[in-house]
Design a protein around this ligand. Structure first.
Ligand code: NAD
Length: 428
């Protein structure tokens, strides 16, 4: 990765510390993870050989509750990237005011190069490597880039197996049972049949949609007669779902989408069902009928009302920020805008809905899943989505108020709110 995202996160933190006149001791506390776990673990490959992999679990801050954050499988995962993501998780949980801290995990692997069995072996082996530091009241992982509900089910099952084994050793009993709340709430983002919550898969996207609707009410495009045009970078879990939600709302028209290989454009709108079929058939949106091929850089610079970066970090930078035409940038990915680019966008009066607010719907419903697992009481989809809407709308209003109080942009407003909420707990 070209830029050290953790340095970017610290630059952001420094700016907020100045704004709210944060005491140096607290700035120091927030500048480092409480615990950084580095693991090297073996995985049995299909050819019978053992291959070693490297992974991380960063436990950034637990002032507001157990660490919470996803696990990323990617060939370019690094300790500083996971550190930055764990910092943002702590901030995100504070912005939506849920009683959880921030953590994140990662494994350096290109999962596309593994068979399904190898992927399962890797997922289980990673859990064995971090077993001691996770648990329902310690650290609660979830999916992130390239990790799916199925992977969460393998990990959850492995955690249960290890928990039973560790209890057996202590109790020397062979038929030992453990209560669900001792293991089931450890991983969120599980399939529904394995204790997952209704609505979790779409939650990040739906949360983003709720805050976007709130932002539009406050923006100059609120009275626009024509449809609100949208470009979505990265149609993975988050990007595809938000594109689908927006396309099903008659006020919006999704004119462009992309993946890591290519982008596609149609000024009259993209058919999202066809996108899914194309991705299933070829693995990419490339070549979709009735569309014009565009690059990812071209997508970012399209003349649309709303730009949704939903892929990876550092996509809007010093190099292209001046050419961004969208009035609203909804950061569904974590860290898609660099601090330099932020300054340019602010000068151009663009509204950037920051990642720690825009994509917090995922962790919010993960928290709901954790609550449901703890109580063994399960909620309907309607109940989940009603609670999610309430949380996201309230969070948007809180961030807006904070930004107005300090006369800053929404990112600074969200960061100030998060830091103040974390520090309040540290002081207690
Ligand atoms: P995913 O792996 O399902 O999808 C990622 C998408 O981005 C894919 O379509 C991929 O082809 C595309 N992509 C990858 N590299 C790209 C590049 N260089 N240019 C353009 N497209 C590229 O991942 P996801 O779960 O949808 O996560 C996407 C982003 O949202 C990440 O930043 C993640 O941290 C963030 N996020 C995810 C969740 C969640 O619940 N999954 C929650 C909060 C934040």
């Amino acid at each position: 990765m070209a830029e050290n995202v953790f340095e970017n996160a610290l630059i952001q933190l420094g700016k907020v510390a100045d704004l709210i006149k944060l005491d140096k001791t607290y700035l120091e506390i927030l500048s480092k993870p409480e615990r950084a776990v580095y693991v090297n673990f073996p995985v049995k490959m299909d050819n019978g050989k053992i291959r070693m992999f490297q992974g991380f679990r960063m436990q950034y801050n637990s002032a507001r509750g157990p660490y919470k954050g996803g696990i990323r499988f990617h060939q370019e995962v690094s300790d500083y990237e996971v550190k930055a993501l764990s910092f943002w998780m702590a901030m995100k949980c504070a912005v939506v005011n849920i009683p959880l801290g921030g953590g994140k995990g990662g494994v350096i692997v290109d999962p596309k190069k593994l068979s399904k069995k190898e992927l399962e072996n890797l997922s289980r082996s990673y859990v064995r490597a971090i077993f001691d530091c996770i648990g329902p009241n310690k650290d609660i992982p979830a999916p992130d880039v390239n990790t799916t509900p199925e992977i969460m089910a393998w990990m959850s099952d492995e955690f249960k197996r290890l928990k039973v084994k560790s209890k057996k050793v202590k109790a020397t009993s062979k038929k030992l049972k453990i209560a669900d709340n001792e293991w089931l709430p450890t991983f969120t983002g599980k399939p529904i049949k394995k204790g997952g919550s209704q609505g979790r898969t779409e939650a990040t996207a739906l949360g983003g949609y709720f805050v976007l609707c709130e932002a539009i009410k406050k923006s100059k495009i609120k009275n626009q007669k024509s449809k609100i045009t949208v470009a979505v970078q990265g149609v993975g879990n988050v990007g595809y779902n938000i594109a689908k939600i927006l396309a099903s709302d008659e006020r919006f028209c999704v004119v462009a989408v992309s993946d890591s290989r290519s982008g596609v454009y149609n000024k009259d709108g993209i058919d999202l069902e066809k996108v899914m079929q194309q991705k299933e058939k070829t693995g990419s949106v490339s070549g979709l009928t009735d569309t014009k091929k565009i690059t990812n850089s071209e997508l970012l610079e399209l003349d649309v009302d709303v730009l949704v970066p939903a892929a990876i970090e550092n996509q809007i930078t010093n190099d292209n920020a001046n050419r961004i035409k969208a009035n609203i940038i909804l950061e569904m990915a974590n860290g898609p805008t660099t601090p330099d680019a932020d300054k340019i966008l602010y000068k151009k009066k663009k509204v950037v809905i920051p990642d720690i607010l825009a994509n917090a719907g995922g962790v919010t419903v993960s928290y709901f899943e954790w609550l449901q697992n703890m109580d063994s009481k399960y909620w309907s989809l309607e109940e989940v989505n009603t609670k999610l809407a309430k949380t996201m709308k309230k969070s948007f209003a809180d961030v807006w108020k904070e930004a107005s109080k300090y006369k800053v942009d929404l990112r600074m407003g969200a960061d100030a709110l998060a830091v103040e909420r974390i520090i309040k707990k540290i002081k207690k």
